[in-house]
Write a protein that binds this ligand. Structure first.
Ligand SMILES: [Zn+2]
Length: 408
């Protein structure tokens, strides 16, 4: 029986703009040191610089730096194949019955300025090479971003073009809306219909953390031509509120980190699911551990995105995902990154008791190598089993992924 990791990344530092690393660093405490180092130290020398600092810091900061040093050690490996091999090793599987879903990521539109890094088509070419090395064990996902095309038909042609160009290489599509687009963008309509018709799985990033668009949010939101949002919907209200907060400088310090949560909201997939009820889609991270832990009870800090969502009558990401799972037959959620929070895992086990359909819709995933920032991966996997309980862990690790990936 195969064991599945439904959410991993293997892009290298050469595939990433410098901005990518900066968006991963939390905006608090010890992270200030890492931010300073990022700005002042060549990337290659960072793990050494962190190791030196390690000895002089307080225990909490020490642990954090040790995790970052390990994360950077893996992230700075020269090839995608090296990174995958390292991930497989850190999984401590003791068998070759593993299947990893490798999600490629188009980072070309992360900002307006582009930057000096290996662009997506080249990242993809290398990912396909890794897939060829492990044809039965790697499930490769093709990144989709509507900004790569000017129309619905052009985006569909381009996506199908990539899909067919590398014959039998792909098992699904990867969305990352926080990079700066709405999943309700009309240019995606053809891709949704094609994916639904062919049962091609989509994995989309749903957590308030992670990477995000670092360009000019005002400009991005001003181009309303592609939103495809009916007037007077909750999302339209939310977009107006976000635009207002950005224009009046309310989020000056953290404008993009907060503002880009707007794109992530599962609410933006409702039209696609109404039009294509059998669309197969995995809302990754189950909304993130904070959302899982606090759900509808989280109080929106005044001026935060959560407060704006509550004002617009929207529920938290996790509750929204559960209602979509209950309503549609092909909606899934994965636990990647959320596995590093034991409280969240216990909460997930409780949610599965109240919402039995979750037992067949939960997918196990790690978000390696990014999750290495939080600690030891094999320990997280053992904790997942302990906190989810054997049956839910077994289903998400070995059973549910089979239907999610079928027939790819
Ligand atoms: Zn991820």
């Amino acid at each position: 029986m195969n064991i599945y990791n439904c959410h991993t990344h293997i892009f290298t530092s050469a595939n990433s703009p410098n901005d990518l690393l900066k968006t991963r660093i939390p905006n608090n405490g010890a992270s200030k040191i890492i931010k300073f180092l990022l700005d002042s130290t060549p990337l290659k020398e960072l793990p050494v610089a962190l190791a030196k600092l390690y000895k002089v810091l307080a225990p909490n900061s020490q642990a954090m730096l040790a995790n970052y040093a390990n994360f950077l050690r893996v992230g700075l490996l020269p090839t995608q194949l090296d990174i995958l091999n390292e991930e497989v090793k850190s999984f401590q599987l003791g068998s070759d019955n593993w299947v990893f879903s490798v999600l490629t990521l188009n980072l070309d539109y992360m900002s307006e300025k582009g930057g000096n890094f290996v662009k997506y088509q080249e990242q993809l070419r290398e990912s396909v090479f890794v897939k060829a090395k492990y044809p039965n064990q790697v499930k490769l996902f093709l990144s989709v971003d509507p900004r790569t095309a000017s129309s619905n038909t052009q985006l569909l042609e381009q996506t199908q073009g990539n899909w067919n160009k590398y014959e039998n290489a792909f098992s699904g599509l990867k969305f990352y809306p926080a990079m700066g687009y709405f999943p309700s963008d009309t240019r995606l309509d053809g891709v949704y219909a094609w994916a639904a018709e062919n049962q091609i799985p989509i994995t989309t990033h749903v957590t308030r953390g992670g990477n995000f668009y670092v360009g000019d949010m005002r400009k991005l939101l001003a181009d309303t031509s592609h939103y495809n949002l009916p007037a007077n919907t909750k999302c339209a209200d939310l977009i107006n509120a976000v635009t207002l907060n950005i224009n009046n400088g309310a989020w000056k310090k953290d404008e993009n980190r907060i503002g880009t949560q707007l794109f992530t909201n599962p609410e933006h997939f409702k039209t696609a699911l109404e039009n294509n009820p059998n669309l197969k889609i995995n809302f990754a991270h189950f909304g993130g551990s904070n959302e899982v832990n606090n759900g509808v009870n989280q109080t929106g800090i005044p001026g935060s995105m959560i407060a704006l969502e509550q004002l617009a009558g929207l529920t938290d990401f996790t509750t929204n995902i559960i209602s979509l799972i209950n309503k549609y037959d092909n909606v899934y959620t994965d636990l990647s990154y959320t596995i590093c929070d034991n409280d969240a895992l216990k909460k997930v086990a409780g949610l599965a008791q109240n919402h039995p359909k979750l037992n067949s819709r939960l997918l196990f995933g790690t978000d390696s190598f990014l999750v290495l920032m939080e600690g030891n991966l094999s320990k997280m996997i053992a904790n997942s089993e302990a906190n989810l309980g054997n049956s839910l862990f077994h289903n998400s690790f070995k059973v549910n992924p089979i239907t999610f990936f079928n027939p790819y």
